[in-house]
Design a protein around this ligand. Structure first.
Ligand code: CP3
Length: 339
């Protein structure tokens, strides 16, 4: 069995110092990321360039020595691989030609044609990462991916997907099913290429209530994880149903995940109860890396709160472009000082 710290925490070990990585650790707050993106031309060209995508994945590992590297790619590559047009308007986020169901989309197993450079990035990374660093692959969860596919962009409440779900359940379910199957193919190929852990990002899970949460957050995650573990026995999975609130309780067990990632809308003291089901990842608020007045104190609070169970230290959401890189070093020092 591997003694990499992230893999030990995912197996349920309680470590004296929690392993640490950050969502969006390869990103715009780093000058070296901005330089490499400029060299690639634009964000999508960077995602599909294995050498440069591996380079930006490695940058935060070199700078900070995080315990995990996360593959550099995006959750919206799946819609593109299914045939939807995707582009990133500078400073405005993603744009897609909206869809109202699975009609016109490619078959799930056709996604490899577009996504094979991502698998190559993983192979490059497995050669170049330090031996103690765990490589995390990922995909968006079907609900979150579908919200962008239907709206054609990010919106304040992803209302267009909610409308389709409520007015044409059959078409919406068809879309969710296609994305679910495509995600299985994509993640399975990531594991074949060398990803050691898989994370499923459901950034908009918190907008689903009641039975909708079961149908569109819980069930697709369970389907994906079951099939992934059937094809790759023992592959650890981190589920992130962001802003699920009380629906965090029992989620990891219900979907078969090894670890539950929690956002910072819940307190670490409350979230520590979730360690009864296994490893929990989280949950420092990203703004402490912008305004560091309480950075050390809040970092220590998260470490203390989760000390009694398996824990991977992370933020509650991605680090923002206005964060100061020096504050990341201070955060890591505060975690490791506490052993
Ligand atoms: O975490 C990492 O470092 C790995 C790479 C990664 C990116 N996006 C790179 C990225 C991961 C895991 C994602 C996930 C992602 N992408 C999510 C789920 C997590 C979350 O943040 O809620 C979502 C919803 C997306 C879709 C997406 N991609 C949006 C809405 C945007 C625009 C907003 C923004 O932050 O710029 C992106 C762009 C994006 N994805 C960037 C990066 C580094 C910024 C692009 C740039 O360089 O300008």
């Amino acid at each position: 069995m591997s003694d990499k710290t992230i893999l030990r925490a995912l197996r349920g070990e309680v470590l004296p110092t929690p392993p640490v990585w950050m969502m969006r650790q390869a990103g715009r707050y780093l000058p070296e990321y901005r330089a490499t993106r400029a060299k690639a031309g634009d964000f999508l060209s960077l995602c599909y360039n294995p050498e440069l995508a591996a380079e930006v994945t490695l940058q935060p590992i070199r700078r900070y020595g995080f315990d995990a590297a996360i593959l550099f790619a995006d959750i919206l590559l799946i819609p593109q691989a299914l045939g939807q047009e995707l582009w990133f308007a500078t400073g405005e986020g993603p744009r897609l030609t909206p869809v109202a169901g699975a009609e016109g989309l490619r078959a799930a197993d056709a996604v490899h044609d577009t996504l094979s450079p991502v698998y190559e990035t993983i192979r490059v990374l497995r050669r170049e990462l330090p031996p103690q660093t765990t490589l995390i692959g990922f995909a968006g969860a079907p609900w979150t991916v579908a919200t962008y596919m239907v709206a054609g962009r990010g919106t304040p409440d992803q209302g267009p997907a909610h409308l389709l779900k409520d007015t044409d359940r059959a078409a919406f379910t068809g879309l969710i099913d296609r994305v679910t199957q495509a995600t299985v193919e994509y993640l399975s190929a990531q594991v074949d290429a060398g990803a050691e852990v898989i994370k499923l990002f459901d950034s908009w899970a918190g907008s689903l209530k009641g039975a909708d949460f079961d149908d569109f957050a819980l069930t697709p995650a369970r389907t994906i994880i079951a099939e992934l573990k059937r094809r790759h026995p023992g592959i650890p999975v981190i589920a992130f149903p962001r802003e699920a609130g009380e629906r965090y309780v029992g989620f990891a067990r219900a979907v078969g995940a090894d670890c539950l990632a929690v956002d910072n809308s819940v307190s670490p003291e409350w979230a520590a109860q979730l360690q009864a089901d296994g490893c929990v990842q989280g949950n420092l608020a990203p703004h402490h890396l912008v305004n560091p007045e309480r950075l050390e104190e809040e970092t220590a609070r998260v470490v203390e709160a989760f000390r009694g169970g398996p824990h991977i230290f992370n933020l509650g959401h991605g680090i923002t472009p206005d964060a100061d890189p020096d504050n990341v070093a201070r955060m890591i020092e505060a975690i490791r000082r506490r052993r």
